[in-house]
Design a protein around this ligand. Sequence first.
Ligand code: NAI
Length: 377
Amino acid sequence: MVGGGQGAYIGNIHRLAARLDGQWQLVAGAFDVDPARGREFAIGQGLDPARSYGSYQELIAGEAGRADRVDAVAICTPNFTHYPIAKALIEAGFDVICEKPLTATLADAVALEALARESGRFVGVTYTYSGYPMVHEARVRVAAGEIGAVRTVQVEYPLEWMATAIEQQGNAQAAWRTDPTKNGRGGSIGDIGTHAYHLAGFVTGLKLESLTADLATFVAGRSLDDNAHVLLRYQGGARGLLWSSQVAIGNSNGVRLRVFGEKGSFQWFQEQPNELIFTPLDGRVQTIKRGAEGLSEDARVRTRTPPGHPEGYLVAFANLYAGFAEAIRARREGRAPGALGQNLPLAYDGLKGVAFVEAVVDSHEAADQPWITPVAV
Ligand code: NAI
């Protein structure tokens, strides 16, 4: 692992998720931007001091020469560091599991996706919400035509934790997320809008045709958007509406997806992730429960506990890790991956996410974006 050291957020989630199925072992790390703190953290995690590195460059140099070198490296650092770290790892022959957004700039994303493709190295991107079994169930059912052709998709990711200027009060996570040189050009849209965009495309299979966006920065002194509204036009005529917000008081992690087709709709809410709501045209609303009989193989292989024993975020994350392990093994063994190793977020999905952010910011900044005031307001 690179990043995810003392006090960091997502690194610990990766460690827990990777361990859930016993498929991964954490054996080496460069966990911190501060080399001494990183080494100390690694030793505290029980790692061999010889594999407790001070930087990702040291990790690459140290691991490259070992017979038991690491199979893959998880990148859990701020966005602007993903590209140089991933590039160096791929060039040294390591598979990579990278946090989203794939990179902080479009040029880096294009270069990294090309490098992944040309090198043949595995690059997984942790779009967490595509790890949930009921999200897979929705994907399978939409693809099977259960709600007919999709007409409109409503997807949102509201958060509240940045409703005040916490980046000016010593919050390290908020500090880099509000710095365009570290986060990228999109604030909330890059940080969480990318999750929502991936989720909508993952479940519906729709490809974007074009978009128009309105960004806002509500907290004084902040340099990036903390609220984004985006209108989406998908290829084939479907429409979408995406909302990301870091200032939506009352929402902890309110990821919500609603897909409306010709014959019915699906709704999924990540704070109740064990349920998928299906409403057919006759209005007889059905709650489809995770673990119930008759669900798709894609949902089943991602389910650990019987219905009624709640699963959640950590299992969704673990499903990505189990899937990455299966995909990497299948590639080595020259076979097709099983269901767990399919439909995974990969480098191209990461590139699409960064391209989406760039288009959103470009749209918002475009001088000719039409805003029309009605004659009576
Ligand atoms: P954080 O600020 O809590 O932690 C970053 C860690 O990376 C720190 O330990 C820091 O010392 C370390 N670091 C920074 N530069 C480094 C370098 N050059 N070498 C080694 N370590 C370095 O950040 P947080 O919130 O954990 O976010 C990290 C990444 O994870 C971001 O890209 C973010 O977008 C993504 N993320 C993804 C989530 C998901 O649901 N998939 C949720 C939260 C974050």
